[in-house]
Design a protein around this ligand. Structure first.
Ligand code: PLP
Length: 460
């Protein structure tokens, strides 16, 4: 095996960047280096094969060798590799992508704007919400609510919404007074002794209303929510959760921003998580599966009313000072457009709906393992939550990094998963996974859990 001269340094640096980075695996120094892929499988630089059980970072929906996406990029590169979105310009891939995307999203959304990453879409949404409320002469209406354990990216503004310790600790985030949090809808962890699921969601709706009233409805601008919270541990909300939250937001004129960066594009068993949970958002962010991650692109979708308010205000103020050199890059847009065509022509949604029952049945069966306190999921996304004691739900000491230990133990078995905070191991395979591969995924997870058990119980 050969490496570029400075590759060791690069590997050491990779250790530092994320506490949940999978650490040393199969006796190697440094990160797992992936060199190629096919379908749901990837291969490392030693030729070992892995089932990519997290679709990269919840994103390679169409697997790792989709030729149509490669050809779409090549065609666009050869035709017109770059033009921009500034000064009333656009490109055909962006226009067609916008039209196609809006034909799939909830009816409340009528305008699309393309950016480069999920974090950029979130930051842009925050700035535009502030601009919007200034335009409406509501200068105090600026506070934004997210849920604890939310992940909405890592940039300066979005980093305030991401309510995970590792994203906040040590960064001196400077705008804390504009960002509020409420309880995430995990009945398993947040439900009180003797509380039914219905009582739990009643309590969460009341908590939200109380918070808005405490701060004053004229100060609260928006509520950001992933339909299923992904990176915070795959929190699948009870069915009654959003139907109780939405009226509270409407009552106090608080915008609903659906962060569909993970949930978008068939993941939860409908085209969008918003459709799974009956949400008609005012704004929506998409990324990741928008292009099956073959090139970086994100979208910010908005309602007519929101867009028109911005447009009218910018007519008064002059140029709206938002935009990015690579936002809506034509090659990325062409790949995203091809991705959406593939979802439609190959009936990816039908495939997900056909696979989901088997996925859920194998996932739920993981609860028979002594380490698994809860196995939860919807569509083709799920998690197993690791516990020390199933009856009391007691967790292993934080220092054991239970979820990372399990994910690492899966790797020698040829399975890549992700150890998440709160001891959840995330499962989110490419959408093209078939039934036999789902079986392999869960068989290997079981073996990984067995191997992790000795380590975790010895350390506890
Ligand atoms: C729900 C959600 N929103 C936003 C983001 C940020 O996206 P990006 O990493 O592309 O900046 C992520 C990334 O995982 C995400 O899961």
């Amino acid at each position: 095996m050969t490496h570029a001269p400075n590759s060791l340094a690069a590997r050491d640096i990779a250790y530092l960047v994320h506490p949940y980075t999978n650490l040393r695996v199969h006796e190697k120094q440094g990160p797992l280096v992936i060199t190629k892929g096919k379908g749901v499988w990837v291969e490392d630089d030693d030729g070992k094969q892995y089932l990519e059980g997290l679709a990269g970072l919840w994103c390679t929906a169409l697997g790792f060798d989709n030729k149509r996406l490669v050809d779409a990029a090549k065609r666009q590169m050869e035709t017109m590799p770059y033009s921009h979105q500034f000064a009333h310009r656009s490109t055909m891939p962006v226009i067609e992508l916008g039209e196609k995307l809006l034909s799939m999203t909830p009816d409340s959304l009528t305008k699309a704007w393309f950016l480069n990453s999920g974090s950029e879409a979130i930051d842009t949404a925050i700035k535009l919400i502030w601009y919007y409320n200034n335009a409406k002469d509501r200068p105090e209406k600026k506070k934004i609510i997210s849920r604890r354990r939310a992940y909405h990216g890592i940039t300066l503004a979005g980093g305030h919404l991401t309510a995970l310790e590792y994203a906040r600790k040590g960064f001196d985030l400077p705008m804390a007074e504009r960002f509020l949090t409420v309880t995430p809808p995990t009945w398993y962890r947040e439900g009180m002794e003797g509380e039914t699921e219905e009582q739990f969601t009643d309590r969460l709706a009341k908590e939200l209303e109380d918070l808005i009233l405490e701060h004053g409805p004229d100060t609260v601008a928006a509520f950001f929510a992933e339909p299923v919270q992904g990176a915070g541990g795959v929190i699948v909300p009870p069915d009654s959760y959003f139907p109780k939250i939405i009226p509270v937001l409407k009552k106090y004129d608080v915008l609903f921003v659906a962060d569909e960066v993970i949930c978008g594009f068939c993941r939860t068993g409908q085209m969008f998580g918003s459709q799974t949970y009956g949400i008609q958002p005012d704004l929506m962010t998409v990324a990741k599966q928008l292009s099956s991650a073959y090139l970086p692109i994100a979208g910010l979708l908005m309602s007519d009313e929101f867009y028109q308010t911005l447009a009218d205000r910018s007519a008064e103020l002059g140029t709206i000072g938002m935009g990015y050199t690579y936002g809506g890059h034509p090659v990325a847009a062409a790949v995203a457009l091809e991705t959406l065509k593939i979802y439609e022509e190959e009936d990816t949604l039908g495939h997900v709906q056909a696979m989901a029952p088997h996925f859920m049945q194998r996932l739920k069966a993981m609860e028979e393992h002594p380490l698994v306190g809860e196995a939860r999921g919807v569509g083709l996304i799920g998690a197993v939550e690791i516990v020390k004691d199933k009856a009391t739900r007691e967790q292993f000491p934080a220092a054991s990094k239970a979820s990372v230990t399990v994910a690492n133990a899966c790797q020698p078995h040829g399975l890549i998963l992700r150890g998440l905070p709160f001891d959840a191991v995330g499962i989110c395979p490419p959408l093209v996974i078939n039934e036999a591969e789902i079986d392999q995924l869960f068989d290997r997870l079981w073996s990984g859990l067995d191997d992790a058990m000795d380590k975790l119980t010895a350390a506890a």
